[in-house]
Design a protein around this ligand. Sequence first.
Ligand code: C2E
Ligand code: MG
Ligand code: MG
Ligand code: MG
Length: 292
Amino acid sequence: TAKQRGKGNWVRYTPGMDRPVFADAQLGGDLRRALDAGEFRLLYQPIVRLADRRLIGVEALVRWHHPERGLVPPLAFIPAAERTGLIVPLGRFVLRETCRQAAAWLAEFGTGALQKASPNVSVRQLHDPDFVDDVRAALADSGLPPDRLVLELTESAVLRGPRVSQVLHEVHGLGVRLALDDFGTGESSLSLLRAFPVAMVKLDKSFVDGIELGEPGTVETDARQAVARAVGHLADALRLETVAEGIENEDQVRQLRRLGYTVGQGYHLGRPMEAAQITALLAEQAKAAAAA
Ligand code: C2E
Ligand code: MG
Ligand code: MG
Ligand code: MG
């Protein structure tokens, strides 16, 4: 309630405020029903090699096909799912479905086709006592080799909680890889990269935005590129893979390649899409390889 938020933090009443689009209580029940009803679906966004646009991985992004509200984006329900704890069963679904789909692609197109599949994982899931068992079961049931799975975690997720470190080391012990998502935006601590078994960093979109602007060699351009360059050097030194996120045009590709990035993701390289469209891309790639 407003009172619990403390003195001076009274919330102004606005009409309809008592019926927000997704009140936690309502959403909790709704999410549970939606999970059982199979209303959550995954889209997959290509992760590509910048040099030749080859599809080398996919990020799984959840969508809610709500019977009345239509397609609901993750930012409209993930925070509430985290608060209510429903992210645990939802995250389990995302993990299992990603593994199942990735294993199917692997079976159809072989080991050379798609290197990795990346679901997002919330910190709340890491605190669930069954998390490591869930990961183990998702791999065993799907038959996906562990090194094909990359769990995307935000920096703040990794920072919080003492148990998290142990859980991440256990997951790493299964052979699964870990990526720091939105890298550079969190409560970044470089020591994180040493303390946790991280294999990959994803340069946040905010550092890709505008990286192509400005006259070459000017101070302004250098400033825009500084973070991307620094993250690239850091990754090299620590032997981490990098993915540049949110690439929206060819000039950004060119700049990022110049700064040493070899792998990227973004609308310019492929929107989040249905699994069937990824299958079609993989089939096209296989055909091109056979013809070459
Ligand atoms: P994220 O993990 O950083 O995912 C990238 C987001 O950026 C996706 O938004 C993607 O559609 C969007 N994006 C990719 N390329 C571009 C681009 O070139 N331009 C722009 N403007 N956007 C681009 P989406 O699917 O709406 O997901 C938003 C966030 O929701 C994700 O950010 C992730 O933090 C969270 N999320 C999505 N799916 C899941 C999930 O299954 N579990 C959890 N815990 N979080 C999820
Ligand atoms: Mg992500
Ligand atoms: Mg990201
Ligand atoms: Mg992001």
